[in-house]
Design a protein around this ligand. Structure first.
Ligand code: KG4
Ligand code: ZN
Length: 333
């Protein structure tokens, strides 16, 4: 079974890990969230500079924690796309340097493929085919995983990603950044049925999403409520918004699974950490005779273990990358 040292730096987490096939030997995530919180979102220039500082310590720590020696490591996997170009370049440069220094093959990993593989780490017995709801700060997709490395995107967002919607609505409610965890926390004290909000259905594309109408509806609601001079019922608004996003995503994913006779649904990415989404997906899936799988919260948000898992799959298929491999800010799965 291949042992992979993996690096992830596509956004605001500097991460390194060592995995042996689907087993995590070490995983280090150095988060920049507190730095970017001051600005209310990720600042690309600052992210790149922080990756420069954090990357070598993260790799050294992951290597040391793994208990492995360089001779035991079969390849270096790294996220090359999509993401912030300056951030990606730091991880890719580090990966190329290590690969050259220790004479290891280099494996380029698509960030979204990494997120999909976080489900394989969560349940090592999981095998394709399955349906994957991938919801993060930059993406909202329903992906039919037909086989390892064989993906069909069944639905995507027409505008904001699910995580982006959480972050924007949290800013609107004055809850800070990142918005997802803040909304999740305060929603526990609110009534999810307090306000009816639009789920953003797309008439001719049943598995696509649109969150911009929902965001505008929350804005109008806050304007209307605050014009009464009363304090805003923040917890009720947060709970109603969260329940609407969860219902929209779960309905589309479950319908897609049933239409394509897929028995297992996995939810991955930062928004898959959301408690309302998790509980609604578990109950809806089990009502319909489907299995729902979620990675633990630490594997939902960006990490390098998932990149290592994807790297192991590529290595087993003899797929390695040239040292000239470039970074891409955008790239379809
Ligand atoms: O997967 P991720 O770490 O990074 C990307 O690849 O984008 O996802 C980050 C996103 C952020 O938008 C954050 O607000 C959201 O995931 N998020 C959540 C929760 N935890 C993180 N959204 C809803 N509920 C949560 N508990
Ligand atoms: Zn991600």
């Amino acid at each position: 079974m291949p042992t992979i040292l993996a690096i992830e730096s596509s956004c605001d987490e500097t991460a390194a890990a060592v995995v042996c096939d689907r087993q995590i030997l070490s995983s280090v995530v150095s988060s920049q969230i507190l730095t970017h919180a001051v600005y209310g979102g990720v600042m690309p220039e600052i992210a790149a500079r922080q990756h420069v500082e954090a990357i070598n310590p993260a790799i050294a720590q992951a290597y040391q924690d793994s208990g492995k020696k360089w001779a035991d490591i079969d390849a270096i996997a790294v996220t090359t796309a999509p993401g912030l170009i300056g951030s990606l370049m730091i991880g890719v440069t580090a990966a190329k340097t290590i690969a050259m220094l220790h004479q290891k093959p280099l494996i380029a990993v698509h960030h979204l493929e990494g997120h999909i593989c976080s489900a394989l780490l969560a349940d090592p017995t999981l095998e394709p085919p399955f349906l994957c709801l991938l919801v993060s700060g930059g993406h909202s997709s329903i992906i039919w995983v037909k086989d390892y490395t064989d993906y069909q995107v069944m639905g995507k967002t027409r505008d904001d990603a699910a995580g982006e919607a959480f972050d924007k609505v949290a800013r609107l409610l004055g809850l800070g950044y990142p918005g997802g965890p803040a909304i999740d926390r305060i929603a526990k004290e609110g009534n999810p049925q307090a306000f009816k909000l639009p789920q953003g259905r797309i008439a001719d594309a049943p598995y696509d999403s649109s969150f911009s109408g929902l965001k505008t509806a929350v804005l109008r609601l806050t304007q209307k409520l605050s014009s009464n001079g009363e304090p805003l019922p923040i917890a009720d608004i947060a709970a109603s918004f969260q329940a609407t996003v969860a219902a929209a995503l779960v309905t589309r994913t479950v319908n897609c699974a049933i239409a394509h006779n897929l028995k297992t649904i996995v939810a991955v990415g930062g928004v898959a950490a959301n408690s309302a989404l998790r509980s609604l997906l578990v109950t809806t899936a089990s009502d319909r005779g489907l299995r729902a799988i979620f990675p633990p919260l630490s594997l939902c948000t960006d990490n390098a273990a998932m990149i290592g898992c994807a790297g192991a799959i590529h290595l087993a298929r003899g797929e390695t990358s040239p040292m000239s491999i470039a970074t891409r800010s955008r790239l379809n799965l």
